[in-house]
Ligand binder design. Structure first.
Ligand code: ADP
Ligand code: MG
Length: 673
């Protein structure tokens, strides 16, 4: 392993930037892949360049660089270049260095975009290299994601040096797999993913790396499943009691809620721990299903705990559970970081004075001990890390585990990605729900939207206004939650306007949320802290600012906050930018209320390495694979991994090199010790 500081140009400051991305060594750097490529392999004749095209030209400098100041802080530098077929202008903005560089008669490669708005031929801010000295033109060039103050050229240079420095990568994929799936050698793959000579070489390299990534993920998940298989536990004997619970509910469960309850019940009867994922769209009634499972656990003499990602949500669960169980003698408590007299509560939990424990991360604190934990549930599992879930499981002896998520993904994908879990789906909503009407609008509609809002407020309804994260708002074009809050206060002086954001402490958030739930606050301006779970049936309008900044699944989650009451609900998204993908996203939101469909489309529209997106789905970060377009490779990788486990047994005979690699890659704890 070589430290990245051994590369030229990387000192402490830049090393820190790379560390942000988890890159500490040269080897890790080489696993940071391009997001795109530019074909600078062939130069075009100037005569054949068309406006709007991005291309490479090989031309001779035929004029001096001319400097034109067009306004304060804006100076153009342009010169004329020519080849056998014609001449064109090349232009840079505020780049006085170019004056010193070019001399008449020198021949250069220029790569850039031909100005689409100019009648004369003009290439804008091209990359250039002297012919004969070319490094990044004359071939296919990788384009990397940029962050901090790093430039494209810097990363490209560093990568090519890294390739020289790092030496050989050791092959850790089994020989049989390489042969059967016709994978190229690891060193060939690494070189050609960064600097392919042809696009065919790139394809070959990419195929191998995508396969490798998905294969390792599969293997890790299967190993975990195998480990769990070996564990035995006492089954729950009393299983008749589920029906008692259903009778306690104020509503009849939907058919699919009942089916999921049956799946769970059959797990609980077994002598191995349950390990099940429940996927269900927002509002599909997962809480009642969780309550049913907990009821059974309690009736079998165990404690049951449910962990929610936010204090607000935990509080709301506490309310619902108290209501569900009010006719029973089941004791319920709430444990969050703002719980007072924690020590006393800990003692009572340890003495099994409580049967059901509801809370946040506070549930997994070291000082919390349970008397007899039989079932743990993680709600909105995509918000928890694997480690946190594991820690919750560790609080009991071989406990039954249920994880619930409202970001459903297509079943084929779920089967593969949650390879370590059994899966149940709630695929219908309780009767009588009116779908949320969704609109994507531009600034020109703002006045009308506010009039519409006012009308609803007059009728007694409430409204959410959601803004992108407050941390990200240094950029001036984003509507800052605080700013919007001020504006809404001015625009709607007759109504109480509140604000809630992630920078507030839990107590403050709780307070605001309570006041909104009680109807004291009529307009709630918020960042995405309201994304999960909270239920305020009287709110029927959600306005989303800068909707283009959110992922589709996230928008769908947000929208799920309204439409929980009897009135028609509306979701109005202010979206900016005319980018095709943004348009497509907005269209999907406006035409569908189905979470499965939305998340499938979401995955389609996302590229690889879209970290935020995959996290949203609770999937480990993928560096290169695209879960949608690489489905075929995913299937192959899955069968290869299955075969390895079946033929060798686990963990017994898995090749040590391979096993060590899985451990190293999934430090977060997919593989247990
Ligand atoms: P989610 O799946 O998003 O967690 P919840 O469990 O919060 O959804 O349920 C949303 C709302 O629907 C709650 O008010 C709940 O009481 C209600 N609900 C759940 N199941 C049913 C049902 N079968 N019939 C009627 N209402 C239901
Ligand atoms: Mg929920």
């Amino acid at each position: 392993m070589h430290n990245i500081r051994s590369l030229r140009g990387i000192g402490d400051t830049r090393a820190k930037l790379f560390e942000q991305k988890g890159i500490n060594t040269v080897e890790e750097l080489l696993y940071f892949f391009p997001r795109n490529y530019e074909d600078r392999g062939f130069s075009k004749d100037i005569a054949h360049c068309r406006p709007g095209e991005e291309l490479l030209v090989k031309a001779v400098v035929v004029s001096e660089v001319k400097e034109t100041r067009i306004r304060k802080n804006m100076t153009l530098y342009s010169m004329t270049v020519g080849d056998d077929t014609g001449i064109m202008t090349v232009t840079w903005y505020n780049n006085r260095f170019v004056k010193k560089i070019f001399k008449k008669g020198d021949q250069y490669y220029f790569y850039g975009k031909i100005n689409p708005n100019s009648r004369k031929k003009e290439m804008l801010t091209p990359v250039y290299e002297r012919v004969g000295k070319e490094q990044f033109t004359g071939k296919i060039i990788p384009i990397y994601p940029l962050w901090g103050n790093l430039t494209q050229k810097f990363i490209q240079t560093v990568m090519s040096e890294a390739l020289e420095v790092c030496g050989e990568f050791e092959e850790y994929l089994p020989k049989g797999v390489i042969k059967e799936y016709k994978l190229c050698d690891i060193n060939y793959a690494i070189k050609n993913i960064h600097f392919p000579d042809t696009f065919k070489d790139f394809e070959t390299a990419r195929y191998r790396l995508v396969f490798e990534e998905l294969f390792m993920l599969q293997l890790a998940l299967l190993c975990k499943k195998e480990t769990l298989k070996g564990v035995k536990r006492e089954p729950f004997y009393n299983t008749e009691c589920m029906d008692e619970f259903l009778a306690l509910l104020p509503f009849e469960m939907t058919r699919s809620q009942k089916n999921v309850c049956m799946d769970i019940l059959s797990d609980l009867k077994k002598d191995v721990p349950m390990n099940r994922l429940v996927q269900g769209d927002v509002g599909s009634g997962k809480t009642a299903v969780a309550a049913a499972a907990m009821y059974v656990a309690v009736k079998n003499g165990y404690q049951a705990a449910i962990m929610a990602p936010t204090e607000i949500l935990a509080g709301q669960h506490y309310g619902s559970f108290c209501e569900f169980f009010k006719e029973t003698d089941i004791k319920i408590c709430l444990l969050t970081s703002s719980t007072k007299k924690k020590k006393e509560l800990y003692d009572e939990i340890k003495q099994q004075k409580y049967d059901i424990i509801i809370g946040t991360h506070a549930l997994i604190a070291d000082s919390v001990e349970y008397a007899n934990l039989g079932l743990v549930i993680a709600d909105e599992q995509h918000r928890f890390g694997v480690t946190q879930r594991a820690k919750l499981m560790g609080k009991g002896n071989d406990v039954h585990t249920l994880v619930m998520t409202a970001t459903p993904i297509p079943r084929t994908l779920a089967l593969i990605l949650y390879g370590d879990l059994d899966i149940s789906v709630i695929n219908e909503l309780p009767p009588g729900r009116i779908p949320v009407k969704t609109y994507a609008v531009g600034e020109d509609m703002r006045k009308r939207i506010y009039l519409f809002l006012e009308k609803n407020l007059k009728e007694g309804m409430q409204c959410y206004v959601v803004c992108p994260l407050i941390e990200e708002t240094q950029k001036s074009d984003l509507k800052n939650a605080v700013e919007i809050h001020e504006k809404m206060k001015k625009l709607f002086p007759d109504y109480n306007v509140g604000i809630i954001h992630g920078k507030m402490n839990p107590k403050e958030k709780e307070e605001i949320m309570m006041r909104f739930a009680r109807g004291e606050i009529r307009i709630l301006v918020s960042t995405t802290v309201i994304e999960v779970g909270v239920n305020v049936p009287n709110s029927n309008i959600m306005i989303i600012e800068n909707a283009e900044r959110f992922g589709l699944s996230q928008l769908h989650q947000l929208r799920g906050r309204v439409g929980r009451g009897k009135n028609q609900a509306f979701c109005i998204m202010f979206a900016h930018g005319s980018n095709e993908i943004i348009k497509k996203r907005m269209e999907i939101m406006c035409t569908s209320n189905d979470g499965f469909y939305v998340s499938e489309e979401d995955l389609k529209l996302r590229g690889p390495g879209d970290f935020f997106g995959t996290r949203q789905h609770g999937i480990p970060e993928l560096k290169i694979a695209n879960l949608f377009s690489d489905m075929q490779i995913l299937k192959k990788a899955q069968s290869a991994a299955k075969k390895i486990i079946e033929c060798n047994g686990y963990p017994g005979n898995i090749d040590t090199k391979l096993y060590e690699k899985i451990r190293e890659m999934f430090r977060e704890g997919i593989v247990s010790n």
